[in-house]
Design a protein around this ligand. Structure first.
Ligand code: ATP
Ligand code: MG
Length: 238
């Protein structure tokens, strides 16, 4: 019998081995991450928590190939991100990572649907496929009725929905979100992150979210708590 892949019986999609990151500001060294070891299973919903300055953004940046570790290995989907040159990292991010930021980062001169379509332009899709996929994800995230609106015509929650649509529509293997609900009220924030689970369910993406929202943390398959740049706790859903 063939067993479908689950979060427990497949190799990790993200693996950090003894990762340290030290920022240098002039002569001063700031240790942001210290000897972090972490394995994240594919198609899982991961929440990173920890007080300000504990290293959460640094961790996401290393996974997403925005920055490189000072030492250790960051392996994402069997690729060693820590060894890549910046041009290779651009390709890696484009192919595998979807980012959602605290502010939605939508292009203000484009409508919602144009923002989503812009994210699909570099993929090998025909125009017809781009339109079809845009509509499918706008419907899934529940903002299809706002497709012709410009970002300034939307509420903060809908702007974030549009940004999530843009990230998910590319069907990346990994979606990284740094406090995506930071500017929203708790209830809207909860609903928005619930939508990100569409990424996990629809296309088997792994979603890694930094959040302070306890309700969101409860949704996670795994909670990683950082403290002073180290993994203080890993809690898995039983
Ligand atoms: N580009 C940088 N240059 C120098 N120091 C940095 C830089 N980025 C982060 N740091 C430092 O590294 C440590 C970890 O920062 P990081 O931004 O990863 O924390 P965080 O957990 O995301 O915090 P917050 O909740 O406030 O966003 C902090 O001491 C921070 O001041
Ligand atoms: Mg941060």
């Amino acid at each position: 019998m063939i067993t479908p892949p689950t979060a427990t019986n497949t190799a990790p999609i993200i693996r950090l081995r003894n990762v340290s990151k030290t920022y240098k500001v002039g002569e001063v060294e700031i240790p942001a991450l210290r000897n972090v070891n972490l394995e994240i299973p594919p198609a899982s919903f991961i929440v990173i928590v920890g007080v300000s300055g504990s290293g959460k953004t640094t961790l996401l940046n290393l996974i997403g190939g925005i920055d490189k570790p000072t030492s250790g290995q960051v392996i994402v989907d069997s690729e060693d991100v820590s060894k890549k040159h910046s041009s290779e990292l651009v390709k890696f991010r484009r192919q595998k990572i979807g980012f959602v930021f605290q502010a939605s980062n939508l292009l203000s001169t484009l409508t919602v649907e144009e923002n989503v379509e812009a994210g699909l332009e570099l993929l090998p899709l025909s125009n017809k496929q781009i339109i079809e996929r845009t509509t499918r994800y706008l419907l899934a995230v529940g903002i299809e009725d706002k497709r012709k609106k410009f970002p300034f015509q939307l509420s903060g929650g809908d702007q974030q929905r549009a940004a999530i649509t843009r990230a998910l529509a590319r069907e990346p293997k990994i979606v990284l979100a740094d406090e995506p609900t930071g500017q929203l009220d708790e209830r809207t924030g909860y609903k928005i992150v619930d939508l990100m689970k569409i990424g996990v369910i629809y296309c088997g993406a792994t979603v890694v979210i930094v959040t302070h929202n306890e309700e969101i943390a409860k949704m996670a398959d795994m909670i990683v708590r950082l403290k002073d740049g180290q993994v203080a706790e890993i809690r898995k859903k039983s």
